[in-house]
Structures are given as C-alpha cells and as structure tokens.
Ligand binder design. Structure first.
Ligand code: AMP
Length: 208
C-alpha cells in the first residue's frame, strides 16, 4: 500500500501515520522529520533548509524532492510507504507521479485528514515534540512516552510562525486535494475527533 497523507500542519497526519505503520508495516516518510534531522546534523541540506523552516516557508522543491527520491528507493520502502508532508505543492505532486511511474509503482490513496483552521491553531500552539524521535503530545508531557527523549516546542509551532504555515498550506498545498480527487484516489476523513475514532475511519477507507 502506497499512501500520501494530506492535511494542514497539526491535523494529526503524523499520529495516524504512526498507527498505520504499526498495523500495516509501512514505512513512514515524513519530509519534516527528515529535514529536522538534517538541520540537527548540520549537513549541507540542513544548513540550506533551516532558514525556510524557521520562517514557516516551504524549503525549495529540488532539495526536498531529492530527499524523498532517495528514501523511496531504499529497501525498506519497497513493501509500501506513507508520505507525510510531501507533496506540499503541485510541482512536487507531479514529480512524485513521474518518479513512481519510473519505478513502476503508483499511489493507492491520498488520505486527507481534515481539520478546521481554528482547531489547528490551538493544537499546534500546545503541541510538544520529542527531540529524539519526533513523537508528538499535548503540552504537559515532558518526557517522550515512546523513547524517553526530551519533549520541547518546535520553533515553528510558536504563534508567530503558525499563521504563516497555515497560509502556505491554504495557498500551496490545499490545491492538491483537487489534484488527487481528479486522479480518483482522494479519501477524506474528519480529523476533528479522538485519535482512535479517526483511525477507525482511516482503516476502513484504506482497506475498503
Ligand atoms: P512538517 O513537519 O511537515 O510540518 O514540516 C516542517 C517544515 O519543513 C515545513 O514548514 C517546511 O519548511 C519544511 N517542509 C517539510 N516538508 C516539505 C516539503 N514537502 N516541501 C517543502 N518544505 C517542506
């Protein structure tokens, strides 16, 4: 199963991806996590990406596309993947289609986790993320329940950057909903509910 996750930052894509990984053994490819790891390692890519990320803007397509291409070619991604945070604009979606076609693979579903903007602002401003493994939880959780790492607030989850990220989502990423509807692979779930309820619908949609 090859899946693309769509939805605003903070919609719960990462949480649903984690559950799909556990149940279906798919590989979770989060471009945000890959970019944050590059920033932490201070690699050339990380140094180039950091200023865009801090400002809540998209990192240039060429940098992200290369990262995803490499990851899709790895052995562990051959049995199925969940792309989380990619594609983020139409150019990335078109490139993904042609890269997958070249590998004689295709997408089974584009899953939209739909949450209203006002809910997103509240969720993102109270979100804490593990410095080590990227696990997310609401404010108040100081130690990562998954790996014991330190939970902190991502710089781009601070109020001044959240609105910019939502604007970027509306203008650049939301058009992908129609793109994948046009390809007849769009599946939609109401993400403004408890995690397990959302996941029950996700599973039903993907296995129907
Ligand atoms: P995320 O964790 O998915 O919210 O991503 C955090 C930040 O990483 C975004 O605000 C962008 O700056 C950058 N980023 C992640 N994925 C992409 C992508 N597909 N294209 C461009 N920038 C991205």
């Amino acid at each position: 199963m090859n899946i693309v996750l769509l939805g605003a930052p903070g919609a719960g894509k990462g949480t649903q991806a984690q559950k799909l990984v556990e149940e279906f053994g798919l590989v979770h490819i989060s471009t945000g996590d890959l970019l944050r790891a590059a920033v932490k390692a201070q690699s050339k890519l990380g140094l180039e990406a950091k200023s865009y990320m801090d400002a809540g803007k998209l990192v240039p397509d060429a940098l992200v596309i290369n990262l995803v291409k490499e990851r899709l070619m790895a052995d562990d991604a051959q049995a199925g993947f969940i792309l989380d945070g990619f594609p983020r604009n139409t150019a990335q979606a078109v490139t993904l289609d042609s890269e997958l076609a070249a590998m004689e693979r295709d997408l089974d579903a584009a899953l939209l986790v739909d949450v209203k903007p006002e809910v997103i602002v509240t969720r993102l401003s109270s979100r804490r993320t593990c410095r080590s493994c990227g696990y997310t939880a609401p404010a108040g959780v100081d130690v990562c329940p998954r790996c014991g790492g330190e939970m902190h607030q991502r710089d781009d989850d601070k109020p001044e950057t959240i609105q910019r990220r939502l604007d970027v989502y509306q203008t650049q990423t939301a058009p992908l909903i129609e793109y994948y509807r046009g390809h007849s692979i769009l599946k939609e779930v109401d993400g403004d509910r408890p995690v397990d309820e959302v996941y029950a619908d996700v599973k039903a949609l993907l296995t129907a």
